[in-house]
Design a protein around this ligand. Structure first.
Ligand SMILES: CC(C)(COP(=O)(O)OP(=O)(O)OC[C@H]1O[C@@H](n2cnc3c(N)ncnc32)[C@H](O)[C@@H]1OP(=O)(O)O)[C@@H](O)C(=O)NCCC(=O)NCCS
Length: 299
C-alpha cells in the first residue's frame, strides 16, 4: 500500500480506537516502545530462512523452486527491473487508472531500507543432490536475477501499537500459479512473523483483484481488518479501491485488528457443541442479526 493510503487509514482508525478505549499515555508509550524494539530486532535479522530449511525449497506438481532472502537497499539493477516488470504485468489490471501513481509509489517502496524480500528462483536445472541450505548467500542476486519467478516483499512495522509483519507484495509469474506455492509462501511468512514475535500478518488487496481476495479470505482465512476503510467508515470505504486484511495470532491483537467478534464466534461454537442446538437457536438468530447490523454500520 502506498504511504498516502496508509496515513489515511491510520487517521481513520486512530479516531475509532480513541472512541473505543482510553489507555493512559504512559501505557501507550510503553507498548509502542516494546513494539518498536521487536520490530527493530526482527528487521536486523540477516537471513530469515536460516533456521527454516523446510522452506528453502518447494517441489510440487512439476514446479521446482528455491527461496532466497534480500532487502530493498541491496537490490541489483536486474532484480529491480524484474520486480518492476512483474508488478506491471500482474497489477496494472487490478489497479486500473490508479496504476501510474501506484507504480511510482511501488518503485520507491521497492528500494526502501525497511523492505525485506523472499525471492522465488526457478530451480528446475538443479538436481536434488545439489540442494543444501546455503545460509549467508543472501543479497547476492546478480547471478540469480534471470532465474527469478516471483517474490514476496514484506516489512516489520508497528500498527495500532502492535508489532506486525506487513506483506507489501506477493507476486508470482502466471506460469507457476495454482500449484500451491502462494499458500506455501504465506505459511512461511506466518512462521517468520511468529518467530520474530510479531502479533499479526497484515496486507492490502485491491477489491478488483478477485483471485487474490479469494486466495486470502477463503483459502487462508484472512479477515477484513477493523482498520480497513470499509470497516472504519463504510461511507468512505465504499469509494476506496482496497481492503486491509489480517490474521492475528493472539486474543488482544484479534480484538485490535479483527474487532474481537471472531473469538465470540469460537466460544459460541464450543457452547453449541455442548448444548442441544434448539436451546441456542434464538440466541444464534439474535446474534447473527446483531452482527449483520454492526457490519452494516462498519463496526
Ligand atoms: C495470489 C497468488 C499469490 C496465489 O498464489 P498461487 O500459488 O497461485 O496459489 P496456490 O496455488 O497456493 O493456491 C492456494 C489456494 O488458493 C486458491 N486460489 C488460488 N488462486 C485462486 C484463484 N485465482 N481463484 C480462486 N481461488 C484461488 C486455490 O483454490 C488454492 O486452494 P486449493 O489448495 O484448495 O486448491 C498468485 O496467484 C499471484 O501471484 N497472483 C498475481 C499477483 C497477485 O494478485 N498478488 C496478490 C496481491 S495482494
Amino acid at each position: 500500500m502506498d504511504s498516502k493510503k496508509r496515513s489515511q487509514t491510520l487517521t481513520l482508525s486512530d479516531t475509532k480506537t480513541k472512541k473505543k478505549k482510553k489507555p493512559t499515555r504512559s501505557e501507550i508509550l510503553r507498548k509502542k516502545r516494546a513494539a518498536e524494539g521487536l520490530v527493530s530486532a526482527a528487521s536486523s535479522v540477516v537471513d530469515h530462512l536460516s533456521d527454516l530449511d523446510a522452506f528453502r525449497y518447494y517441489d510440487h506438481e512439476g514446479l521446482s523452486v528455491r527461496l532466497d532472502c534480500g532487502r530493498g537497499d541491496r537490490l541489483s539493477a536486474p532484480v529491480k527491473r524484474y520486480i518492476q516488470n512483474l508488478l506491471k504485468v500482474n497489477m496494472e489490471g487490478p489497479f486500473g487508472p490508479e496504476w501510474p501513481t501506484e507504480e511510482k509509489a511501488k518503485r520507491q517502496e521497492m528500494v526502501a531500507p525497511e523492505a525485506r524480500y523472499i525471492f522465488v528462483l526457478d530451480d528446475s536445472g538443479q538436481s536434488m543432490s545439489k540442494k543444501s541450505p546455503d545460509v549467508g548467500r543472501c543479497y547476492r542476486h546478480e547471478e540469480d536475477s534471470l532465474n527469478l519467478v516471483g517474490f514476496v516483499h514484506f516489512r516489520f512495522m508497528v500498527e495500532e501499537e502492535l508489532p506486525i509483519l506487513y506483506v507489501y507484495e506477493l507476486q508470482l509469474e502466471a506460469r507457476i500459479r495454482g500449484k500451491g506455492l502462494g499458500n506455501f509462501l504465506m505459511e512461511l511468512i506466518e512462521v517468520i512473523a511468529k518467530k520474530n514475535h510479531m502479533n499479526a500478518v497484515v496486507l492490502t488487496v485491491q477489491k478488483a483483484n478477485h483471485a487474490a481476495m479469494e486466495f486470502y479470505t477463503r483459502k487462508l482465512r484472512y479477515e477484513v481488518s477493523i482498520i480497513s476503510p470499509s470497516r472504519v467508515e463504510p461511507s468512505v470505504g465504499k469509494n476506496v479501491s482496497y481492503e486491509i486484511l489480517c490474521k492475528a495470532f493472539d486474543l488482544e491483537s484479534r480484538e485490535v485488528l479483527e474487532g474481537g467478534h471472531f473469538e465470540r464466534n469460537n466460544v459460541l461454537l464450543v457452547v453449541a457443541s455442548l448444548t442441544p442446538c434448539s436451546f441456542l437457536l434464538p440466541y444464534f438468530t439474535f446474534y447473527a442479526y446483531q452482527r449483520a447490523m454492526l457490519r452494516a454500520k462498519g463496526t
